[in-house]
Design a protein. Structure first.
Length: 221
């Protein structure tokens, strides 16, 4: 039976977390909200529908949510032509595809943003399918993004590994019943990833590729 290697994108395959922090901070500032960058960083990985209430609380004006999300998208969109991939991200995906894994992306990005991320990774030949924010009702930390990714390639949870960089990723993978692997490239501490369910943790995609033979993504796993 085939195996699936499911990957988060922001902070895992593309070095964008701090761009999201800066652009969300500016979107909040323009709307008159003072939100510490540290708090925004910890919320990256949530979809905008969850990130805004997570940071502003339930007593905010919800009519403002869409404008905040659009402001962030506009600010972040100015970087679409120069999003930096993580080291060896494309090489890792191609190696896994060559080893027989079905490589799937599971991301809260969609539309033009997802297209820009895929161009940055530059490994479309290795990517079997993509589960984006456009395809699910609930984003991470709900299991739905990971479950949908597995449905796209017809692989059961016990034959899948999910790689991500945030606690939201680890919780989503755990709830979906897959093996979870964390990377530190998104800036979240190892202990937090492990507490959220990461079975193993690597520095980044280059480290995971170098240690592939002894990882959950080993060719004979």
């Amino acid at each position: 039976m085939e195996r699936a290697a499911v990957f988060d994108v922001d902070g895992t395959l593309v070095d964008t977390n701090h761009l999201h922090v800066a652009t969300w901070w500016e979107a909040f500032r323009q709307a008159g909200h003072r939100v510490p960058m540290h708090d925004i960083h910890r919320a990256i990985g949530l979809g905008s529908d969850d990130l805004v209430p997570h940071l502003l609380g339930e007593d905010r004006d919800p009519d403002e949510d869409e404008a905040l999300s659009q402001a962030h998208k506009t600010l972040y969109g100015t970087y679409f032509d120069r999003l930096p991939p993580m080291r060896d991200a494309g090489r890792l995906l191609r190696r896994l595809a060559d080893d027989g894994w079905a490589v799937v992306l599971a991301t809260s990005a969609g539309g033009a943003e997802l297209g820009a991320l895929r161009r940055a990774i530059d490994a479309d030949d290795a990517i079997r399918a993509t589960a984006s924010a456009d395809d699910v009702d609930q984003g991470k930390p709900a299991a739905e993004p990971v479950e949908h990714a597995l449905e796209l390639v017809g692989v059961p949870p016990e034959r899948a590994v999910f790689v991500g960089d945030t606690v939201w990723d680890m919780r989503a993978g755990t709830r979906a019943g897959v093996t979870t692997v964390g990377v530190l490239s998104g800036g979240i501490p190892r202990a937090d990833l492990e507490e959220a369910g990461a079975g193993s943790v690597y520095r980044d995609t280059a480290h995971l590729l170098a240690e592939l033979a002894d990882s959950p993504l080993a060719p004979d796993a």
